[in-house]
Design a protein around this ligand. Sequence first.
Ligand SMILES: NC(=O)c1ccc[n+]([C@@H]2O[C@H](COP(=O)([O-])OP(=O)(O)OC[C@H]3O[C@@H](n4cnc5c(N)ncnc54)[C@H](O)[C@@H]3O)[C@@H](O)[C@H]2O)c1
Length: 271
Amino acid sequence: MMDFDGKVAVITGAASGIGAGLARKALSLGMRVVLADVREPELTALAATLGGEVLTAPTDVADPESVEALADKAYENFGAVDLLFNNAGIMATGFSWTIEPERWRRSVDVNFFGVLHGVRSFVPRMLKAGTKAHIVNTSSVGGFLASPLMAPYSVTKFAIVALTESLRAEFEIIKAPIGVSLLAPGPVKTGIFNDPFGAMVEPGVQSFVDDLRSMLTAYGLTGDQFAELVFAGIAADQFWIIPQPEAFDEAYRRRADDVLARRTPRLPRLE
Ligand SMILES: NC(=O)c1ccc[n+]([C@@H]2O[C@H](COP(=O)([O-])OP(=O)(O)OC[C@H]3O[C@@H](n4cnc5c(N)ncnc54)[C@H](O)[C@@H]3O)[C@@H](O)[C@H]2O)c1
């Protein structure tokens, strides 16, 4: 288990929602924190509300050079990175066949390549340092349970699960001192369905998005409540950090049963 005090955390997608909650929690534990986000004004505004050692790094995780610059900045300023949250992610809604290729590509670039660029830029530096480190890749319960009307999200979140399992096994093979967690949030009250840049809501699926947004508002944890659960998972060195069993366990069991019985999947229920 990692002693957080004085250690360095890098958080992508830190300006809002879960990322901002993780930043506040990390600082409360005495960590030094690098906040990375593509939305610079929001990043600066958040940093102004935080006490402690905070560095902001405007970053587009879809761009490998931008993530490389983030890693350089973190190591130059703090000399180490002990905990990396590959957290940035965007929603895209619509029918699979009407979502434009560029919207599909942006989802893959941010959600999947964003995590991969984080791995590619930080792992070599962590291995070189040789000290204990930990990486948390954010998927979703949607990374295990595919949803209609948001296929770019489901596809990329499934990919993160696979990448993270591969990564963990590779660290085991080379006996790297790097822990890995796959984080799968259920509903958390954040801006994921509001962000005009990220949400890219397609006309015709507005009621679906409205239902999901109401579900987040009705049942979602706050970013701060969620961050508590995430840090408890890291402290316990959990690989699968899936802190909301009510949003996952039964549905995942039903899915596994369906696959094993060769039964056609049923439409997921919006609770
Ligand atoms: N909120 C939920 O219910 C929920 C559920 C499951 C998974 N998640 C996942 O949690 C993570 C955080 O999302 P959130 O709910 O806090 O949403 P959010 O929209 O509130 O925050 C996401 C942040 O990522 C940033 N971002 C977007 N594209 C970026 C890019 N290219 N480079 C850098 N930063 C970028 C946004 O500017 C924003 O600040 C995402 O990966 C999301 O898929 C959220």
